[in-house]
Design a binder for this molecule. Sequence first.
Ligand code: GLC
Length: 553
Amino acid sequence: MPSSLMTIESLSLDSADEGLMMDMRPRPLNLENRSMEEKSLNELAKGMEPVKSSERLEALASPSLSIRSFLGTPRSSCHTPFAPHPMVADAWENLRKSLVYYRGKPVGTIAALDSTEEALNYNQVFVRDFFPSALAFLMNGEPEIVKNFLLKTLHLQAWEKRIDCFTLGEGVMPASFKVLHDPERHTDILIADFGESAIGRVAPVDSGFWWIILLRAYIKCTGDHSLADMPDIQRGMRLILTLCLSEGFDTFPTLLCADGCCMIDRRMGIYGYPIEIQALFFLALRCARVLLKPEGGGKEFIERIDKRLHALSYHMRTYFWLDHEQLNNIYRYKTEEYSHTAVNKFNVIPDSIPDWVFDFMPMRGGYFVGNVSPARVDFRWFCLGNCVAILSSLATPEQASAIMDLFEERWEDLIGDMPLKIAYPTLENHEWRIVTGCDPKNTRWSYHNGGSWPVLLWLLTAACIKTGRPQIARKAIELMERRLAKDHWPEYYDGKNGRLIGKQARKYQTWSIAGYLVSKMMLEDPSHLGMISLEEDKRILKPRLTRSVSWTC
Ligand code: GLC
């Protein structure tokens, strides 16, 4: 669905954004003025053209471009044990074509450059999609674009965000934005989507987390602490934290979410406490912990982060963890237990364990399940959350290596012919009808419903390096290199083994391209891992892994 122009950066506002954004204040709510403004800006935008990134290709020959990048992968020819794969040069070329410029500066990468499909919102810069692009540029010694992106999205965060008559929290970061060119005024303007245009109207809970994680990656890579120390950046972080650390009716330290609020951005039954968000939440809290300055209210946030990290790691490591032993525990659960001595705290009915879990769970291996809430465990395996759990050290070292064991033990199911399954297994028939609302895009073994997403390769590779098992990543990369470029870098693959190019997959999907490059660069120089990985913090308590005894923090 093309973005509505509900939130559009007015030209006057925009002119201030090149500075340090010291005066950034949310605009006051004024319904009448707002609709006038929307209308006029809607009209205005009709005469504008989306800025085609390829048109700006020439502008790439800027001094900020390192010579290496023209030659394919950086450092590849010098000390690599592998000859650079021809796909690498192709990938860099396509990644550069996807750059989006705002007033002459690169600010992000477009989601997909597929001219054969309707653009919908694939012509936008998605915050989550930009993450692997950002890593590729950082690893290639080109941090400027990442800095521009961080500042530009910070600016967008300050917009007033509304869906119908309802105002979203101040800290919400956009799912995506696009740059339009006004030929009459010879200027670029920005349009952002905070969920009000997205299919299903869901706000992206993950965007703010990716933003904080990227900020740390940028600082880790460049050593440029001045960016994180800027008062506006500190404020942006505090606004995001205000949203996710607020106290309410919650009895769990996990974050309650609507369906479709992250990479899986359509109804897929992940509402509640999805693993993807919990793992990103944990990683973002750990990153914010090192970036926040105590001044200006930061100290109070640091204290709240410490408490939350402690509770969150206990909850996740204890209740979301599933291996053969845990499965057996749940299988033998008694129900209707009351009081603190309850073993089956969430009253999970053993009959609700789906049959496939018994076949899928190897004797060696384990994973964090998709969701845990009262009487509801989503036993599905989700890739992103499990890999981020490893990178953030939400997983204990034992759990991290059990997740890697699972990849080995269930290679056909999780990697198959094309890495990497987004979720396993698929929802079919009645369950598909009820859970997805009969979504034709999410039919069995397709898209979010058991499809295979090349972008996830960078996460697998990072997890492999962290756990000391790079050979797993090498095997997956080899599989990918057989097809991905020949198939023109699709967004996703379909089928039980990922053999078919996805039904509605875009070609030249930027994060498929960037994910491949990041994987290659990390394997070549594993020190890059430090940008996205955090070692276990001994102060975050290591709880016991069993559910068989009640345990109080
Ligand atoms: C799809 C994906 C989402 C991604 C977007 C742009 O909607 O589900 O995660 O951000 O495409 O690529």
